[in-house]
Design a protein around this ligand. Structure first.
Ligand code: RIB
Length: 290
């Protein structure tokens, strides 16, 4: 099958800092790098590196040709990526000495996706393929509703979090991924836990919780004990690897175990998409931590 990733592509400007700047503070960084990010690009790369056939639907500006090269190098089909008049999206990321991050994004071309890109991608799709989306582009709800209507399996990572946008897509989802904060905010907004076939809640250093509809209790997978140097994109690595493994036929828990290991390995490396491991690297990591 195929994973169709409908998502963002960002230029990540990463500043390593001794601490996060406070209001009114000017802070000199310790290091500065530029790399490929965006929740869409990160998740697509994670899916592709897990071994899944992956197509990307997104947009870049004239300044973004290098991003296409990197996505292509990861064996992602980039024919669904449009050239926009807007600049390629970007993110300004601060990473502190604990590996934690804060991120500000500018949407740019990510907010200029067109309905015909969705139509073209879905015309190439087959029932049972995955449609994988996040909340960093326009037309997210429209794309998920259209994908579900064509009997694709749909996965949504509710980040950056918007309670109303998340509520709108819930009836059309097979899999919802949230972090702890997003889960609490969504529960507050709905007045109850979201009712989706699979709810994945990433818990950072506590691991990940998987709840399947109709099953009494959730399963929690503990996190691997690693020393993080940069947690940027760990959640993207998890969800991209998870959907990649499901697409390749793994059952939910086996897929989550693989994704848990890929995410753990990613935080031991700097950068977002650069840090995402291949299937071989993830398998070796799992063997060495068995
Ligand atoms: O989830 C991490 C990503 O969030 C970064 O790569 C950045 O581009 C923002 O989209």
């Amino acid at each position: 099958m195929t994973i169709h990733c409908f998502g963002s592509i960002n230029v990540d400007h990463v500043h390593r800092v001794a601490h996060f700047p406070m209001a009114g503070e000017t802070l000199a960084d310790d290091d500065y790098t530029v790399g490929l990010g965006g929740k869409g690009a990160n998740q697509a790369i994670a899916a592709a590196r897990s071994g899944a056939q992956t197509h990307f639907v997104g947009a870049i500006g004239k300044d973004g040709a290098w991003a296409l090269d990197l996505l292509s190098e990861a064996a992602i089909d980039i024919s669904g990526i449009a050239l926009s008049d807007a600049a390629t999206g970007h993110a300004v990321i601060y990473v502190d000495t604990q590996g934690e991050n804060t991120i500000v994004i500018h949407g740019g071309a990510n907010q200029a996706l067109a309905q015909n890109q969705i139509d073209t991608a879905l015309a190439r799709s087959k029932p049972g393929d995955w449609w994988l989306a996040q909340n960093e582009t326009n037309l997210v709800t429209e794309s998920i509703v259209a994908a579900k209507a064509r009997r694709l399996r749909t996965a949504y990572s509710a980040a950056p979090f918007d309670a109303v946008a998340t509520q709108a897509v819930l009836p059309h989802l097979d899999l919802l991924a949230v972090n702890e904060g997003e889960a609490a905010a969504l529960r507050d907004h709905l007045g109850h836990d979201p009712d989706v076939p699979v709810l994945v809640t990433t818990l950072g250093a506590q691991g990940v919780m998987i709840k399947e509809r109709g099953k009494e209790s959730a399963i929690t997978l503990p996190a691997y004990k690693v020393t993080p140097i940069d947690t940027t994109g760990a959640g993207d690595t998890f969800i991209g690897t998870l959907v990649g493994a499901l697409d390749q036929g793994k059952d939910l828990i086996a897929a989550a175990e693989t994704a848990n290991a890929a995410a753990a390995l990613s935080v031991t490396r700097p950068g977002a998409s650069d840090a995402i491991p291949t299937a071989k690297e993830t398998a070796a990591f799992m063997d060495s931590h068995a």
